[in-house]
Design a protein around this ligand. Structure first.
Ligand code: LLP
Length: 410
């Protein structure tokens, strides 16, 4: 987003104009920013065969998926529905990694029938898989590396007490099951967590996977998951992706030489690719001075962006209706019947009723985690590409709230 011609713009499109045309609340995505991130990631890994598997869950609109496909990425899907969505968007089965957790064997069978890569994350499932498919279907195994890293406890998933993956300490057991069923393991996977800043953590994870990989013959890829940290606060630092690329590529090349095959190296970023591209535009319904602070109540809330309430996440907020004038301190709150503080004690250009606020970093885990709580409608989504705004999802209507409810005539 930039200020040009006295307006906040994305690729020359005025955000205020978008709010007027499509109404608020409105999710807006900068397609060029997404493409820029894909390119940066691609060029940070040199001399290795990198495959990006975009984490669909972060932002799953089919147009975003199609954009990723055009940019040359594959996808990581965590549910059978995401698998189907990715196929609908044009991904070939071999471009789709299916990384489920705690799903039924029936769902796994369905994914096998769709021809996607299956990532198995527990030993009982490995046993079922072996009994049912033997070595007929190639698989990946998700290991838990026992690394505690990530932005907060809820999004740290590679530690010893996490439900995800098979403990690296159970590797011997895994090998026994693999041998007993003659399983065709072609990939190993880890995902340590989200918001991981330090490049060294990715290297540590890679080394743990290399150690495990030495025990397997015939591997084709190693998948190091997602989790690159993006900057949410103004003075935040983000993961130095070039440093991760340089360090991990180097170690990967050495490993491939030792292993005797040029394996593919996979990453599954979500936030890194889409967080910064997204803005949630909301209209100010009320400015409410109280003895303690001045609340700004907007026409959105935890139903549309749950990150601040769920993870105490920081999202920058800008009053895009004002370019000049004095600034004041405000606490921006939602319209939901619970405490849904979007941003506390922020300095904004003086806010008035009807102003439009832009909530930053709303691309990842914004719309995809939105709900109909309070029977509110979910917003529309707009994707800006080649300086043109495209409506990519309509705002819900009251009929959507009633859809699937059955009136039994009481
Ligand atoms: N791969 C796997 C297996 C994952 O579970 C995840 C995220 C990713 C990749 C992508 O992680 P990313 O690059 O986006 O950090 N809703 C939370 C984040 C939850 C992430 C869950 N797994 C948030 O808004 O912070």
């Amino acid at each position: 987003m930039e200020v040009k011609d006295q307006q906040f713009q994305i690729q020359g499109v005025s955000l205020i104009d978008l709010a007027q045309e499509y109404g608020t609340p409105l999710y807006v995505y900068d397609g060029e920013k997404i493409l820029e991130k894909v390119k940066l990631l691609q060029k940070s890994f040199s001399g290795v065969n990198l495959k990006i598997k975009y984490a669909t869950k972060a932002l799953s609109n089919i147009n975003i998926l199609k954009l990723m496909k055009k940019a040359g990425t594959g996808v990581d899907a965590v549910s059978i529905e995401e698998v189907k969505l990715c196929q609908y968007a044009g991904f070939e089965p071999h471009e789709i990694m299916y990384t489920p957790n705690s799903v039924s064997f029936e769902e796994i069978q369905e994914a096998v029938a769709l021809g996607v890569m299956i990532n198995i994350d527990n030993i009982p499932m490995l046993e079922h898989f072996g009994t049912y498919f033997g070595n007929k279907v190639p698989i990946c195994i998700r290991l838990n590396p026992h690394i505690l890293a990530g932005g907060n406890a809820k999004i740290s998933v590679g530690h010893i007490d996490s439900k995800f993956g098979i403990s690296i300490l159970q590797l011997k057991h895994v090998l026994k099951v693999v041998e007993a069923h003659n399983l065709h393991v072609i990939g190993l996977h880890i995902h340590t967590g989200s918001d991981i800043l330090d490049a060294e953590v990715f290297l540590r994870g890679a080394n743990i996977v290399f150690d495990a990989a030495r025990e397997f013959k015939g591997l084709k890829f190693l998948d190091f998951g997602g989790g690159f940290k993006v900057a949410y606060k103004p003075d935040d630092i983000s993961t130095d992706i070039e440093e991760v690329g340089a360090k991990v590529s180097q170690a990967f090349k050495v490993f491939c030489k030792e292993y005797g095959t040029d394996l593919e190296i996979w990453f599954e970023p979500g936030k890194f690719l889409v967080s910064e591209s997204g803005y949630l535009l909301a209209k100010v319904n009320v400015v409410k001075p109280t003895p303690a602070s001045t609340f700004v109540g907007v026409d959105t809330g935890l139903n549309h962006l749950i990150r601040p309430m769920m993870y105490d996440a920081y999202h920058g907020v800008i009053n895009i209706s004002k370019l000049d004038g004095p600034e004041r301190i405000y606490t921006i709150v939602g319209y939901i019947c619970e405490t849904d503080t979007i941003a506390a004690d922020r300095k904004l250009k003086e806010v008035q009723e009807g102003d439009i606020l832009a909530i930053k970093n709303a691309g990842a885990y914004g719309y995809s985690m939105a709900s109909n709580y309070n029977s509110r409608l979910r917003p529309a989504e707009v994707l800006i590409l080649n300086s043109k705004a495209n409506l990519i999802r309509e705002r819900e209507t009251f009929e959507d709230i009633l859809r699937h409810q059955l009136d039994i005539g009481l």
